[in-house]
Design a protein around this ligand. Structure first.
Ligand SMILES: Cc1cc2nc3c(=O)[nH]c(=O)nc-3n(C[C@H](O)[C@H](O)[C@H](O)COP(=O)(O)OP(=O)(O)OC[C@H]3O[C@@H](n4cnc5c(N)ncnc54)[C@H](O)[C@@H]3O)c2cc1C
Length: 409
């Protein structure tokens, strides 16, 4: 039977990396591809229901467990990151970045979608000699209603998500199994043979591609003795803001403009966590009265993801970069008209869960581990923290793996 002769490929995780690799691989007709996903299939507008926030340390780490993974809640920022560093490791992602630019339609938003507060902040930054530029976005302006709800899951179908990769993969015959988490790997003679799941099932496979995200993939690798997870980065961020009556920045496209300084990115962004702090000086303030910036920095690789333990803190270097960014952000906010006494900051969070199974360390330049036919295609493989939006690079790396396997399986 032809079916018996087909190779079985299992992709673990239907997130950004997993769906990107599945889309590419699905164009090879003689493969039997199954995606196993822990979360359910949901509509992008309900993505906020699937946040899985880890807050057992001094930093809050954020991801979503749902088909589409964290791509459903991105701010829509697409910036090429770590391209030169990857090239030095023998990984050239420039062709895939070009393909993605076209497929996703990455571009800055038109003037009509600039945002009143974004413009105000840009002008205040310019007065201080800082260049605030438009962020490249994967958002279709003709559908975007500027509701500011990108991180909740786009209610208007304007923002790109990995569900478009799923659509292509499914048209090409890929099977998606939801609500079933992979809990272990089956290995014989140093070759991958399949996976075990939370429902007690075993699926046999000739090739397994792990794409469960930077906080889960290393755990799966550790179940078979691979020393992943001994590094971990998250690009820590805070949101710094103050009182500005009637700002309504929460109704503008989030992170629509940004300032890039050495090791610090400052971008327009609202966080509801600021409200109680601002109410200490302005008791009647509402979310509409917040004017604020996100300050994000690349962290070092200190931290780990073990089977039963995740540790990620901030050290002196991270803290001093965040403090420097906060001081600059505060100066711009005051210049823009925020009440200086109300300026405050959120706690530290991290939404780029990366560098826990790095290229050159745990996987080779084709993203294969030391176990034959066991690959990784998610944020884990990034060699270091970019301090920049990583999804563009993760998608390019995963596409590149799909294309490599298409040609070589
Ligand atoms: C609020 C927010 C906003 C962001 N905005 C941006 C942005 O604008 N631009 C940008 O570049 N980056 C952004 N990021 C970061 C970006 O979304 C992630 O870096 C990227 O999506 C990670 O891709 P991934 O494939 O590594 O993991 P994910 O996309 O998280 O995919 C992992 C998948 O694996 C599934 N899974 C987990 N465990 C298992 C298991 N055991 N078995 C099976 N499946 C499993 C999960 O449910 C998920 O679907 C943002 C992140 C957040 C949280």
């Amino acid at each position: 039977m032809i079916g018996d002769m087909m190779k079985n490929v299992i992709v673990v995780g239907a997130g950004s990396g997993g769906l990107s690799v599945a889309r590419e691989l699905s164009q090879k007709p003689d493969l039997n591809i199954t995606i196993l996903e822990k979360g359910p299939l949901s509509s992008p507008r309900e993505a906020y229901k699937y946040y899985d926030v880890w807050d057992k340390n001094e930093m809050e780490l954020i991801k979503t467990d749902v088909v589409g993974g964290s791509s459903l809640v991105i701010a829509g920022n697409f910036v090429p990151a770590l391209v030169d560093e990857l090239k030095e490791l023998g990984v050239d992602i420039r062709p895939q970045l070009e393909q993605l630019k076209e497929d996703i339609g990455i571009d800055v938003m038109p003037e009509t979608h600039s945002g009143r507060i974004n413009d105000l902040l840009r002008d205040a930054a310019a007065e201080l000699g800082l260049d605030m530029q438009a962020m490249p976005k994967g958002i279709n302006p003709s559908k975007c209603k500027q509701c500011g709800k990108c991180a909740w899951g786009c209610p208007h179908g304007a923002k790109w998500s990995s569900l478009s990769d799923l659509e292509v993969a499914q048209e090409n015959g890929v099977e998606l199994i939801t609500n079933e988490a992979v809990t272990g790997l089956i290995v014989e003679d140093n070759k991958i043979k399949g996976v075990k799941t939370s429902l007690g099932n075993q699926y046999s496979a000739d090739v397994v591609i792990l794409a469960a995200g930077g906080m889960v993939t290393p755990k799966l690798l550790r179940t078979v003795g691979i020393r992943a997870g001994e590094t971990f980065a998250v690009d820590p961020f805070i949101t710094v803001g103050g009182y500005y009556k009637g700002a309504k920045q929460d109704n503008e496209i989030q992170m629509n403009k940004y300032i890039k300084l050495p090791h610090i990115v400052i971008s327009s962004h609202t966080s509801q966590y600021l409200l109680p702090k601002i109410q200490e000086t302005h008791p009647d303030a509402t979310v509409d009265d917040i004017i604020s910036f996100m300050v994000k920095v690349p962290d070092n690789l200190k931290g780990h993801v073990y089977l039963n333990e995740v540790v990620k803190g901030i050290d002196f270097e991270d803290a001093s970069l965040l403090a420097r960014g906060a001081a600059i952000a505060g100066s711009i906010l005051v210049k823009a008209g925020a009440d200086i006494e109300s300026i405050s900051s959120t706690h530290v969070r991290g939404a780029h869960l990366i560098a826990s199974a790095r290229i050159g360390d745990i996987v080779d330049s084709n993203l294969e581990t030391e176990i034959e036919n066991l690959y990784v295609a998610d944020g884990s493989v990034l060699p270091k923290a970019p301090g920049l939006p990583p999804i563009y690079t993760i998608l390019a790396l995963s596409r590149r793996l799909g294309q490599y396997l298409r040609d070589n399986l």
